[in-house]
Design a protein around this ligand. Structure first.
Ligand code: HEM
Length: 508
């Protein structure tokens, strides 16, 4: 036998074996449950994915893969792996997995939420930072938010004087979620347009709530067209149609505000005594668009709508859950009121400047956001390249879901995780800024919520106003033991039943 060809072919054989082995190793997906043919793991996920993902993670580990129909997703459930995804490999994993319903939004291709990581997305984040969420800008718009919380207090004062079900004064329950939604919406719309888009108890506010809830709910609902992409053209559940209608409604409202302002600016610039500027976000955006041709009118209309949407829904959901926890824990409500009263005294009004002196309020809000995450699975990310995490492979173009909800309730990281204990955040340096991966209600990394500072101010102002000015009790027939605390998941996690509570004015 000729020895040279033998050695060469043996070499080639070993090389082939080792390279295909390492190739195989590199292609190893994270573990996950076996699925059914065609449907994969669909039936193991159900209507509460935050819960079923947490349950499956106990068996398959903190990084697992699930096949939903023909689509593979990776689900992450521990702070260590979340750090890998959102910090170490953030650049590869910060695209978005775009659900079919997003395409119901005519301009989804220029939407900050759905844009891939790239130049346009970066430009929008930068504009937002300089024109809205920068500390100085937030300070300059503070009066607009104060105005909205004053209106909330006035409205509630009036309600607390009305009769309840048996015409008994002081027995009239209010729906906290509606109230918080109207306030957050008006805080956002005053910030954007210096005006309310709707008044409390008006038909318009109901229209807004319905449209915003629809957009958020259908965006998180299970859609068969996402897992069997060949069904997309049919939109079998009508979810894209619903999203389109709701978006269309909201777009018309924003159009009216923007077009009016542009006309007004045009008309007044013809007058010799021209002084434009309400100083609100719309004015800043129009000014910016004159300097940067990429920031078109269409572009900032879409952005304004997204800010109103993202800001009002999450804020009001957070306030509603936090108030529910306070009603279940009256001692905490009293302690919180004491803190606010000591700081605010008889001034009669909460100001954003007071917030920094209210550590217990901050602890209550953080604890409510830990236990009741408004966006429990963040907004799913997508991989733009193959990436190896913890020895497993996430293939290119794979939806990556971070179960922030599970991490915030994991007994390995939290004592008594199911208990509402604001004290755990006192004297702790844990904040919302995405560095403590067991607590990321706003996400982390490049795609982290750009509205954190604004949201913190809005939620604090609403919560402090509700607790300082009013005492709250559950309506007749509801007790601490029978208050429904169930949740329903869309993109956001809202209460299954609206929280009702009876306000009594406190005279300071
Ligand atoms: C309590 C209130 C809020 C919560 C809990 C919240 C939470 C979140 C979360 C979890 C994300 C996704 C992060 C990720 O995908 O990794 C997000 C994205 C976003 N949020 Fe917020 N948010 C809140 C308030 C706001 C406010 C007030 C604004 C308006 C300025 C806002 C605007 C946005 C936008 C535009 C995005 C998409 C960012 C992108 O894709 O680049 N949010 N938010």
């Amino acid at each position: 036998m000729d020895i040279i060809p033998f050695i060469l072919s043996s070499f080639l054989f070993i090389f082939f074996l080792s390279s295909s082995f390492s190739h195989f190793r590199r292609r190893k997906l994270p573990p996950g449950p076996l699925g059914l043919p065609i449907f994969g793991n669909l039936f193991q996920v159900g209507s509460k994915p935050h819960l079923s993902f947490a349950r499956l993670a106990k068996k398959y580990g903190p990084i697992m893969s699930l096949r939903l129909g023909s689509v593979t997703s990776v689900v992450v459930s521990s702070p260590e792996i979340a750090r890998e995804i959102l910090q170490k490999h953030d650049e590869v994993l910060c695209d978005r997995a775009i659900p079919d319903v997003a395409r119901g939004q005519a301009n989804f291709h220029i939407s900050m939420v759905w844009l891939p990581y790239g130049n346009r997305w970066r430009m929008l984040r930068q504009v937002l930072n300089t024109q809205l969420t920068h500390m100085h800008k937030l300070d300059s718009l503070v009066e607009l938010r104060h105005k909205a919380s004053r209106e909330l207090v006035e409205f509630l004062k009036e309600i607390s004087q009305r009769g309840g079900p048996d015409e008994i004064i002081g027995e009239r329950p209010v729906a906290i979620g509606n109230l918080a939604f109207a306030t957050a919406l008006n805080q956002m719309s005053k910030t954007c347009f210096s005006q309310n888009v709707a008044e409390y108890e008006s038909k318009e506010i109901q229209g807004f709530m319905k449209a915003v809830e629809t957009v958020m709910d259908v965006a998180g609902q299970f859609n068969i067209a996402d897992v069997f992409p060949w069904l997309k053209t049919m939109d079998p559940q009508g979810l894209r149609r619903k999203s389109k209608e709701a978006y269309g409604w909201l777009e018309e409202v924003v159009d009216v505000f923007v077009n009016k302002r542009m006309q007004w600016r045009k008309d007044s610039s013809l007058s010799s005594s021209y002084t434009h500027h309400d100083g609100d976000l719309l004015d800043s955006f129009i000014d910016y668009s004159l300097k940067d041709p990429d920031f078109t009118t269409q572009q900032f209309k879409v952005l304004l709508l997204e800010l109103i949407l993202a800001g009002s829904d999450t804020t009001s959901i957070t306030v509603e859950w936090a108030m529910a926890e306070l009603l279940l824990n009256p001692d905490i409500m009293i302690k919180l009121r004491q803190e606010i009263t000591e700081v605010v005294g008889t001034k009669g009004e909460i100001e954003e400047a007071d917030i920094i002196n209210l550590p217990y309020l901050q602890a209550v809000i953080k604890e409510a956001m830990r236990l009741r995450l408004a966006v429990p699975l963040l907004i799913p990310h997508n991989s733009k390249e193959v990436v190896e995490v913890n020895g497993y492979v996430i293939p290119k173009n794979t939806q990556t879901i971070v179960n922030a909800w599970a991490m915030a309730r994991d007994p390995c990281y939290w004592d008594a995780p199911d208990k509402f204990l604001p004290e755990r955040f006192l004297n702790s340096n844990m904040d919302f800024k995405g560095q403590h991966f067991g607590f990321i209600p706003f996400g982390s990394g490049r795609r982290m919520c750009p509205g954190i500072l604004l949201a913190q101010r809005m939620v604090s102002l609403i919560m402090a106003s509700l607790v300082y000015h009013f005492d709250w009790k559950l309506p007749r027939g509801t007790t601490i033991d029978n208050l429904d605390m169930d949740d329903v998941l869309g993109l956001t996690l809202r209460r299954a039943t609206p929280l009702l509570a009876v306000p009594t004015l406190i005279k300071h």
